[in-house]
Write a protein that binds this ligand. Sequence first.
Ligand code: GLC
Length: 556
Amino acid sequence: MTTRHPTPPTTDDDWWRSAVVYQVYVRSFADSNGDGVGDLRGIRHHLPYLRDLGVDALWLTPFYTSPMVDGGYDVADYRDVDPMFGTLADFDRMITDAHALGLRIIVDLVPNHTSDAHPWFQAALAAAPGSPERDRYLFADGQGPDGGLPPNDWESIFGGPAWTRVPDGQWYLHLFDPTQPDLNWRHPEVREEFLDILRFWLDRGVDGFRIDVAHGMIKAEGLPDVGFNSMTTGRRQSELLGKGRLPYFDQDEVHDVYRAWRPVLDSYPGGRMAVAEAWAETPQRLARYIGPDELHQAFSFDFLDATWSADSFRKVIDTALTESTIVGAPTTWVLSNHDKQRHVTRYGDGPQGLRRARAASLLMLALPGSAYLYQGEELGLPEVLDLPDELRQDPAFLRTGESRDGCRVPIPWDGELAPYGFGPPGGAPSWLPAPATWQALSVAAQTGVPGSTLELYRTALRIRHDHPALATDAGEVVWLDTDPGVLAFRRVAGPAALTCVVNLSGAPVTIDGYGTAVAASAELTPAGTGHVLPVDAAAWFDEHRPTGGLTVGSPG
Ligand code: GLC
């Protein structure tokens, strides 16, 4: 790894502090056997692509044995690979090859709930109320004279009540789909089991874990009502995610779990890490998940949620930087993932959305800390908004009408016919169809094309690795005075300095004095000694690079 950093910013154990991590949604990355579904061998074949893209690590979404009701976030066996994705031997070969290429592997851990097909839940169903088998989950008696009403007013994130009744009359809690029963994290056996699962994957060489619903495992004692839900008042409890307090999320006791996990991670060599998918009321509460005795990172979803304005980005960046300084952990930026509408579409879709997405990516990659990319964002893929309803598979769709399938459409690699090289020639259609417009967005169609989104990412990632002012999580962000609606900040490391300028002002701006443009999300036009930065564009400037040499221009 160190050879890729001319001035290594951190020790090798600290690789994650400034890493660029590429999220692989396994079902939709590459299909090696022609069944229409991505798999571990498909990932293995495409590792050189990811190395050449310039990322440091991959995060793989769950590939464990699962009925796949929630795309694998419903795990039936935490220690095996689902046959749909391959075998443990395929995993071992994949991680060996990844490490040989200098790529680290982060796997997804789903501790809040199991699948209802998990042997523990099957045993709980077969056992009587009050049995030790039921005690590993959250079973409770209902309300009302015959217990026919749920134990409280909690609502599933996927819509509808968070409780389902079993034939003997008890109810069990599921904060997500009914097939995803929540575990009882006050049970010692549950805690032991997950310590063992961590060790299982650490022993297989994984470099880290992405912790699913990391804020969810502990529920408030007595399971108190929230006070409203969409059935009673029409207001969904999930509106409070990341904005308010809920008795089933972000309970103080959850931190005990991570304090028990950290020594396990630290007992392995090579800087094994964990990143939290956590939603908390405030950035301050989110920061409590990270630090030397808990998890290493927590996604800054406020950055993902920022609206397209200089004030909005400035505010979330400043807050995240302040919080991370307080806890001594780097910031963790993300613009897209498998649960959110792709950022091209969030920012307006079409040419405007793409322009803004490219600019936002340059902004993110110039910030200190770690950045997570979601597969396909390097191709500028938009959300697929017109998938036929009958093909949608997100369990939330039936309950809420909202579906996350549009960001999960398989990656276009090459060729003229769908699924554009996602699977071998003559294979089954991909599990979700790729739109015809994606032929022009494929990896092959963008490779070597100046100004393509793929080449923009390659350039930005190369500069980020090589430039001393970016290849560190420690470099300050020094904001510069600019026109309203324009963000400009400098990153400095010793004599090296790089300035990132983003134009969110709605009109072209003339900029001067920042140095030589080394990357730009859109064509810059020379103006006097400076440049005109178009609307919705970003550029990086190197003060110490004397001659011209812009490496990326407008979208191809
Ligand atoms: C997380 C995952 C999401 C999944 C949910 C339940 O939010 O990112 O995809 O549906 O947890 O496991």
